[in-house]
Design a protein around this ligand. Structure first.
Ligand code: OGA
Ligand code: MN
Length: 294
């Protein structure tokens, strides 16, 4: 592998992975401090392309935390049992069982969502680093919510622009995770009451509107019937996930992806969990309250 060119900003280039979403970065080694000029370019690229892929990175937990902090302060996840003991900023996503217990969150995130959208101030973005991955499957798919919103019919855009979504962590946990995770404690539940967010949000860095709902956490549109809301959310997310708006990343160990939770949703693709190991480290950058100025 050639020495990563890092430092010098002029060596940094981005290559589009699809027309709407995803850029492959060249010439950046994030195991070393990232120069401010390179950070500026990474931030702009993230705002415009929603997903940045960096290959061949070699990152200790400390190094992953350091580059993540360049994007902003980090979250500590509600499910502290899935964080690295010495590094609560790192959330482990894995199917691996050691000493009879799952070392990370497993069997979730198979549907499109935006991380922590159930918080009043959802995450602005996440960094996801691959330590081990299956040969087949186990991709992460990303859908552009800029492209999805832009392509909606005008009457739909208008309707959505006037609606808040109800994002509800406990509601989702109790319907999706009780088979393979411990029930939430009262304390965990109290930390995550339902919240309202605009269904369309303005990206604070480039002003573009993005659809901001998901089948995972959006329970309903505020003031609308829950079953009707669910049907519409399903329809909108099918629309958002059309192949033209999606980039699905085939992982190799050493890949690092930075994604923008304000303009993209993502999901894990299935793989043979009995045969293959998948072990990923995620950091989650804090964000601001979503708004829409249409
Ligand atoms: C996540 C997530 C998807 C994946 O960690 O937030 O949704 O591919 N992961 O594991
Ligand atoms: Mn996620």
């Amino acid at each position: 592998m050639p020495e990563a060119l890092s430092k010098d900003e002029s060596e940094v280039t981005f290559e589009a992975l699809t027309p709407h979403i995803g850029s492959l970065a060249h010439g950046i080694d994030v195991s070393k401090p990232v120069p401010p000029a390179v950070m500026t370019r990474l931030r702009r690229e993230l705002a415009d392309r929603s997903v940045i892929v960096l290959r061949d990175q070699s990152l200790t937990p400390e190094q992953l935390i350091a580059v993540s902090r360049d994007f902003g302060p980090l979250e500590k996840h509600v499910l502290s049992n899935f964080c690295l003991p010495d590094h609560p900023e790192i959330f482990v996503v894995s199917n691996i069982i050691e000493d009879g217990r799952h070392i990370g969150a497993h069997g979730g995130s198979k549907q499109y969502h935006s991380d922590l959208s159930y918080l009043p101030e959802p995450s602005m973005g996440s960094l996801f680093y691959c330590l081990e991955c299956p040969e087949d499957g186990g991709e992460t798919a990303f859908a552009s919510m800029f492209a999805a919103f832009d392509a909606l019919p005008e009457d739909r855009k208008k309707w959505l622009a006037e609606r808040d979504g109800v994002h509800d962590y406990v509601w989702n946990y109790e319907r999706a995770h009780l088979q393979n995770r411990a029930p939430l404690t009262e304390e965990q539940k109290a930390k995550t009451p339902p919240v309202l967010h605009p269904s369309v949000r303005t990206h604070p860095e480039n002003g573009r509107p993005a659809l901001f709902i998901s089948e995972v956490f959006t329970r309903s549109f505020e003031g609308e019937d829950e079953a009707e809301s669910q049907a519409l959310i399903h329809e909108l997310m099918e629309f958002a996930a059309q192949p033209a708006f999606v980039y699905a990343h085939k992982w190799r160990s050493g890949d690092l992806i930075i994604w923008d939770n304000r303009s993209a949703v993502h999901k894990a693709m299935p793989f043979d969990e009995a045969k293959s190991r998948r072990r990923m480290h995620r950091t989650t950058i804090t964000g601001d309250r979503p708004y829409f100025n249409g």
